[in-house]
Design a protein around this ligand. Structure first.
Ligand code: PAN
Ligand code: ZN
Length: 189
């Protein structure tokens, strides 16, 4: 008997292919909370796609010891001066860590610790980013092409979006004379 199997999952032609891939699209209409320039946001077409996520969940959610895999594709664009970005989250089980590996594009990984201190790491093709536990994470496309990266996280990590939806990160990434700049998030709402 031949016990050599074909791969169950393959990244081909900029797409994750396999059985039971979970595909999520986030449009501007889903992201009303996250951008700071509310006037610029309300003037934009809410059907604009900001990012897509393709994930593989080989074990049930919350399985201790299991791992999940996903690829995120963030389109280029801005709301006012703020670049297109993901919602961002803490893991529900706060100490769960994660790896991000950049496939292509130019981005920034925003990391905020539980004291609210935010820092950014540049994302370029091939860069590998360890996201420690207890750290909120968000990715930002600061280029003019798609930013894509793969992610590996524990199956029991879960996602807690609430705190970020309410308070955001303590810093935001805006374009200043063509250059990304990390500035304090002045919450006006
Ligand atoms: C990633 C993210 C993905 C989308 O797979 O879920 O990039 O970002 P949001 O979940 O913040 O919308 C991950 O960090 N998983 O844990
Ligand atoms: Zn995560």
């Amino acid at each position: 008997m031949n016990s050599i199997a074909e791969p169950e999952l393959i990244f081909k032609d900029q797409k994750l292919i396999g059985d039971k891939i979970d595909r999520v699209t986030r449009k501007l209409k889903d992201l009303g909370d996250i951008f700071s320039d509310k006037a610029a946001y309300s003037a934009m077409d809410k059907e604009t796609v900001v990012y897509n996520v393709e994930s593989s969940f080989p074990v049930p959610h919350n399985t201790e010891g299991g791992l999940f895999y996903g690829i995120t594709y963030i389109h280029p664009g801005k709301v006012g001066k703020e670049y297109f970005m993901t919602k961002g989250h803490f893991h529900k089980i706060r100490n769960r860590a994660e790896y991000y590996c950049t496939i292509e594009g130019n981005g920034m990984l925003l990391l905020m610790d539980k004291d609210g201190v935010t820092r950014a790491e540049k994302m370029v093709a091939g860069s590998i980013h360890y996201i420690p536990g207890n750290t909120a994470h968000r990715t930002v496309n600061v280029g003019d092409t798609i930013l894509s990266f793969s992610a590996f996280w524990p199956a029991d990590a879960g996602h807690d979006y609430e705190i970020i939806a309410k308070h955001g990160f303590s810093k935001i990434l805006i374009e200043n004379n063509g250059i990304p700049e990390l500035v304090d998030n002045i919450v006006t709402a």
